[in-house]
Design a protein around this ligand. Structure first.
Ligand SMILES: [Zn+2]
Length: 204
C-alpha cells in the first residue's frame, strides 16, 4: 500500500495543480463523458492511458476479458456490468460504446483451457462461460485460437450489447454507436473493427 500512497503524493503535488480547474468544472456541472468503454481488468490495459484521456472523458467498465453479458430476463441478482451499461446509456447518454479487447488476455486463455469449469462454485468460471458462443465460432484447425478468440469475443460482446432494449432504442433514436477495438499489449498498436465486415484494421 505504501507505494500507492507515495504515488498519490506525487499526483497531488504534480498533477493536481494542473487538474484543479477541470475537476472544479466537473464537480459543478457533473460528468458528461461521450464514450462508455468496456475494457479488461488486466493491469496493462488502462483506457485512460491508451486514449490519452482526461478525467471526465471516459465512463469505464472493466471486467475479466472485457465482456458484456446478453440482457437477462431475471433482474434479481447483482448485474454490475449491465447496470453500468444502463447508466452510461440512459443517464449519461454516451454517444459511443467501445469494447476494448487486448492481446495476451488471461480470460481468453482460461476460456480455451481444457480444465473443467465449476460454474456452481466459481464466479470466474461462470463468467468465462460468456466466451463459449465466441469459442464455438472458431474455425477448426485455427492456427492462433487465442488471438482469434480475442477478436471473436469482441464481436459477440457487441452482439450482446444489442440485446439490451435501451441500447437498441438509443441506436435507433439518437445514433448510439457500438465500436470494437483490440489493443496490442507488447507493441501498443490499436486495431479497429470494421462494423460491416467485422475485420480488424490497424489505426495509423
Ligand atoms: Zn484481458
Amino acid at each position: 500500500m505504501e507505494h500507492l500512497l507515495e504515488g498519490y503524493r506525487i499526483y497531488r503535488e504534480k498533477r493536481w495543480p494542473e487538474l484543479r480547474a477541470l475537476h472544479r468544472r466537473l464537480a459543478e456541472r457533473g460528468q458528461s463523458p461521450r464514450t462508455l468503454v468496456i475494457a479488461c481488468s488486466d493491469s496493462r490495459v488502462d483506457p485512460a492511458t491508451i486514449f490519452n484521456a482526461d478525467p471526465g472523458e471516459l465512463f469505464v467498465v472493466r471486467n475479466v476479458a472485457n465482456l458484456a453479458p446478453p440482457c437477462e430476463e431475471n433482474h434479481i441478482g447483482f448485474h454490475g456490468v449491465s447496470a453500468a451499461i444502463e447508466f452510461g446509456v440512459t443517464k449519461l447518454f454516451v454517444e459511443t460504446i467501445l469494447v476494448l479487447g487486448h492481446a495476451q488476455c488471461g480470460g481468453i486463455a482460461a476460456a480455451l483451457s481444457d480444465t473443467p469449469r465449476d460454474c456452481a462454485h466459481s464466479f470466474l468460471d461462470a463468467w468465462i462461460g460468456l466466451l463459449d458462443p465466441a469459442k464455438a465460432r472458431l474455425r477448426k484447425g485455427e492456427k492462433d485460437p487465442h488471438t482469434a478468440l480475442e477478436y471473436e469475443s469482441i464481436r459477440v460482446t457487441l452482439e450482446n450489447l444489442r440485446t439490451f432494449p435501451f441500447v437498441q432504442q438509443a441506436m435507433e433514436n439518437r445514433g448510439l454507436k457500438l465500436v470494437g477495438a483490440r489493443y496490442g499489449v507488447a507493441d501498443g498498436g490499436l486495431e479497429l473493427m470494421d462494423p460491416k465486415t467485422g475485420a480488424f484494421d490497424p489505426v495509423v
